[in-house]
Design a protein around this ligand. Structure first.
Ligand SMILES: *Cc1c(COP(=O)(O)O)cnc(C)c1O
Length: 421
């Protein structure tokens, strides 16, 4: 459920007409709903009620500080995957003890910054990383709280680019080697081993892979405890999928995911962390774009938008589907026809949808890409020297620009010309 609905024939973001936002900010523009963000966060929080738990928003999905602050004020922690994200979370007022640091390639500098600024835990992904963090922590006279990410070798049955829990993926250590690796970690005086971490992929639409992974982690918890490790925290990752089309089957709900967690690890007396990203932000954002041209081709028509693959890369990168709806509600019974919906970038990959059945649209009409709140603005680039799309946050009847569109000068002036030119 989200808060982008037609009212009196006009698409609204909560109480604000989307067309009003475009009139003020221009097109294209990302628009987020506070109510949807909070609703989704609370679904996870409630799903784990009764368990000692923290919901850490995987901020790589949507990292604007206004979004982070909205969620942090509701009690969310953050899962960060880079020094930049760590700095952003801190700038948004998230305390260090609610920030979890994930990612396979943490550098010395990133480790230092997080240790000095405060961190809930590092999720370690390899033995070299373990050695490195030990060194950095000792050099600062600190002990780093850590989990080790185990790779449970389960098939998440999702798109290959976002599956992370098979043994051939680069993530974590094979679960079969966990005892050895934990023994190694326990010998390093700069590390404080607090638990186990697992994350098997993104956009999962079936609970069984989660169940299988969590069962293996629960077994491992008992084994490691018997080996003398004080396993008191399990980070169970994120990855629950969202419905990108209203026609296909709805993925499981956070409540059902919470049930699986309870059933598989509830008896262990551990603190549980989860790291949902997509399900919190995905349906809480839309990308609004204007029709620049309607072009008739050889047996095919094209809707050419002012948004492109650099603004929303998911269709080009993951073959992802986004529902695209007109901002002015089509009249009931209006004749619809298939059309290719494309951006202006000179690549065939700059295609949002092929032969999508749409109501008639003309130049100047606005459309909205639904479910664009996660892995949308954060993956945008300035390819073709197209300015990063501005972001707007709606809250009830109010809206605010939370990232302005840069001017051409701002973009161009970031280049510097060597003196020999
Ligand atoms: C990407 C990622 C997440 C979030 O995944 P979603 O599918 O957005 O919920 C959580 N944890 C880790 C380690 C990740 O890499």
């Amino acid at each position: 459920m989200d808060h982008f609905l037609y009212k009196d024939g006009a698409l609204h973001a909560e109480g604000v007409p989307v067309a009003e936002i475009v009139a003020a900010v221009g097109s294209p523009v990302y628009v987020y709903s506070t109510a949807t963000l909070l609703r989704h966060f609370r679904l996870f929080d409630e799903a784990l009620k009764g368990l000692d738990h923290v919901v850490c928003f995987a901020m790589k999905a949507a990292s604007n500080q206004a979004i982070l602050k909205t969620l942090a004020q509701a009690g969310a922690g953050m899962d960060v995957v880079s020094g930049g994200e760590y700095a952003r979370a801190k700038a948004a007022g998230v305390p260090g003890d609610k920030i979890v640091f994930s990612g396979v390639g943490k550098t010395r500098e990133e480790m230092r910054a997080a240790l000095l600024g405060g961190i809930r835990q590092f999720n370690l992904e390899s033995e070299p990383e373990m050695e490195r963090l030990n060194e950095v922590a000792l050099s600062l006279g600190l002990r780093a709280p850590v989990t080790v990410r185990v790779n449970p070798d389960v098939d998440a049955k999702t798109h290959a680019k976002i599956a992370t829990g098979k043994s051939e993926n680069k993530f974590g250590i094979p679960i079969a080697r966990a005892r050895e690796v934990y023994a190694h970690a326990a010998r390093l005086p700069g590390l404080d081993v607090v638990g186990i971490d697992v994350h098997i992929g993104s956009q999962l639409t079936d609970l069984e892979p989660f169940r299988m992974a969590y069962r293996k982690v629960a077994e491992l918890t008992e084994v490691l405890r018997a080996d003398g490790h004080d396993i008191r925290r399990l980070d169970l990752g994120g990855g629950l999928g969202i419905p990108y089309t209203r026609s296909n089957e709805a993925p499981p709900l956070p409540l059902q995911w919470g049930e699986v967690i309870r059933e598989e690890v509830g008896h262990l007396g551990v603190e549980v962390e989860i790291e949902p990203g997509r399900l919190i932000a995905g349906n809480a954002g839309i990308l609004v774009s204007e029709v620049v041209y309607v072009k008739s081709g050889e047996g095919r028509n094209f809707l050419i938008l002012d948004a492109a693959m650099n603004d929303l890369v998911r269709p080009a990168m993951y073959d992802a589907h986004h529902d695209i709806i007109p901002v002015v509600e089509p009249e009931t019974g209006v004749e619809q026809a298939p059309i290719d919906i494309v951006g202006p970038v000179c690549e065939s990959g700059d295609t949002f949808a092929k032969q999508r059945v749409m109501p008639p649209l003309v130049e100047g009409d606005l459309v909205a890409f639904r479910s664009a709140g996660a892995y949308g603005a954060v993956m945008a680039s300035e390819y073709n020297t197209r300015p990063l799309v501005p972001e707007v946050l709606v809250n009830g009847d109010q809206f605010a620009v939370i990232r302005a569109r840069p001017s051409f000068d701002e973009i161009i002036n970031r280049d510097s010309i060597p003196e020999w030119l």
